[in-house]
Write a protein that binds this ligand. Structure first.
Ligand code: ATP
Length: 361
């Protein structure tokens, strides 16, 4: 089972062996996850992998069929009776922001407070509107706000009762692309500033990489890997995680006593991360990202492969090269348009860091 190490602060949320079955279908199985104070952990995975079900179990909108959930050291779901959602110190931000149109922005934010008309509540609302950059908008109707502003109101409303844990369910998916990128930075800033402990759910790997303190990659109801974005991206423990986070190619290689032999050349054994002694003779597949490889023009007889696809990404080109053994790898080239489909090329590993690898299948 994936290890979960982030001993920096006390866990505010703890899932132990959590599972969810719907009849004979298992939506989530044996999920262990610790979320520490002030941390933003993102559940990332493909559609149907069990992210939303997990979030709903934490919120209490769904029961657990296995395991326990603790919030702030209190068991809220497990063998005994489940704590109802309103008695859990958990806030929720949904993709549709669900603001009350007949209330002002300030009244929406005050809605979650016990005594919304008290001077304390008013001060709290002022603080929150300030935090989300909407001090001037308290008297407006939410209908007269932009999408991004509405989302910040929804966030302020969820933060008003000071929940132990804030849950964000695809909070940016209803925003257009440019606003989405801006809002996720903004929301991250707000959560950091208020030291909020949060769990978000997304299937967008770029979003997960850019805002999370740690990412929990979920596949088919199971946790595949948990770790900081760089670790999960650079050292994925499975092919699934490697492929789900960014573009991944797998280069077949044979480990010898003193080298790693591939169809694009022979490299030092140090290239492979954590390769112990005793792998000589093993066949492995090396994870290569587009920027780990470089293609060069070649005469047909000297080529390692042929360009089969040219992908324009804006700042760069990615050339898909089919190697002689049939493997397709991707090579990143900044700015320059160098090859046409059909061009013979040589391919070189230019990675300046250790590469992850998996036993050959
Ligand atoms: P998406 O990104 O598409 O929202 P998800 O990762 O959030 O997907 P879940 O909504 O958690 O996935 O669903 C996980 C699995 O559980 C799916 O196979 C789904 O069909 C199943 N499931 C979810 N809710 C129910 C339900 N009420 N009854 C039966 N099966 C359900």
């Amino acid at each position: 089972s994936p290890t979960d190490r982030s001993p920096t602060a006390d866990p505010v949320l703890e899932l132990s062996g959590v599972g969810k079955r719907y009849g004979s279908e298992t939506a989530v199985s044996d999920l262990d996850l610790l979320v520490h104070e002030g941390e933003l952990v993102t559940l990332l995975g493909p559609s149907g992998c069990g992210k939303t079900t997990t979030l709903r179990m934490i919120a209490g909108l769904e029961s657990v069929t296995e395991g326990t959930i603790e919030v702030g050291g209190t068991v809220v779901a497990g063998d005994g009776p489940q704590t109802p959602p309103e008695e859990r110190d958990v806030g929720l931000v949904f993709q549709e922001f669900a603001l009350f149109p007949h209330l002002t922005v300030a009244e929406n934010v005050a809605f979650g407070l016990e005594d919304p008309d008290s001077p304390e509540a008013e001060a709290r609302v002022d603080d929150l509107l300030d935090l989300v950059g909407l001090s001037e908008y308290g008297d407006r109707s939410p209908e007269d706000l932009s999408g991004g502003q509405r989302q910040r109101v929804a966030l302020a409303r969820s933060l008003a009762p000071e929940p132990d844990v804030l849950l964000l369910d695809e909070p940016f998916s209803n925003l257009d692309v440019r606003l989405r990128v801006r809002m996720r930075e903004e929301v991250k800033r707000i959560l950091d500033e208020a030291n909020v402990t949060a769990v978000s759910v997304t299937h967008d790997q770029e979003e997960a990489l850019s805002i999370s303190d740690r990412i929990a990659v979920v596949n088919d109801g199971r946790l595949e890997q948990v770790g900081p974005p760089e670790e999960v991206f650079e050292n994925p423990t499975s092919r699934f995680v490697a492929s789900f986070l960014g573009q991944a190619s797998f280069l077949p290689a044979e480990v010898t006593a003193d080298a790693v032999e591939t169809s694009v050349g022979s490299y030092d054994r140090d290239l492979l991360a954590g390769l112990g002694d005793g792998y000589a003779g093993s066949r492995v597949d090396v994870l290569v990202r587009p920027d780990d490889l470089r293609a060069e023009p070649a005469a047909a007889g000297d080529a390692d492969g042929t360009v089969v696809r040219r992908q324009y990404t804006g700042p760069s080109f990615v050339y898909h090269v089919e190697l002689d053994d049939g493997t397709v790898v991707r090579c990143l080239h900044n700015h320059t348009e160098e090859f046409e489909v059909g061009d013979p090329v040589t391919v070189t590993l230019v990675a300046d860091h250790e590469l992850a690898w998996y036993p050959a299948r």
